[in-house]
Design a protein around this ligand. Structure first.
Ligand code: SF4
Length: 122
């Protein structure tokens, strides 16, 4: 089986081809500009992971919402449940970049963190 990938690890976006037999561990990878591309393709085939960015409601802030993101990618199938957890949150201003909104969200090993400083409105 042959499957093409575009590596998203760095801006070079190498076009990588993986050749493998389903159920077998051996994977032949061609086109990666560096070893990180090989790792990316193996991870995608074995257990795809994604990171997400979203926003959380903010009370008494200069803005009504504040942007957040995961600090590590999580298994792709967890994304809807993680989004649901993020949407349940409501924070009180002020908030700062790097503040942890949810530690180890859904036991994923990833934290939801703030990505923008927002001061209190009053
Ligand atoms: S394979 Fe290496 S050089 Fe190519 S996009 Fe991925 S990380 Fe960048």
């Amino acid at each position: 089986m042959i499957r093409p990938f575009t590596c998203i690890v760095c801006p070079n976006g190498c076009e990588i081809t993986a050749e493998y037999e389903p159920g077998r561990e051996e994977i032949s990878v061609k086109g990666a500009g560096c070893p990180r591309g090989n790792e990316y393709v193996r991870q995608e085939l074995i257990e795809p992971r994604r990171t997400i960015a979203s926003s959380v409601r903010l009370l008494h802030g200069e803005l009504p919402l504040v942007s957040v993101r995961l600090d590590k990618p999580v298994r792709r199938e967890m994304i809807p449940a993680v989004m649901e957890e993020i949407q349940k949150q409501q924070l009180e201003a002020p908030v700062q970049i790097g503040d942890v909104v949810i530690a180890n969200v859904l036991d994923s090993g990833s934290n939801v963190i703030i990505t923008k400083n927002v001061a209190r409105a009053d």
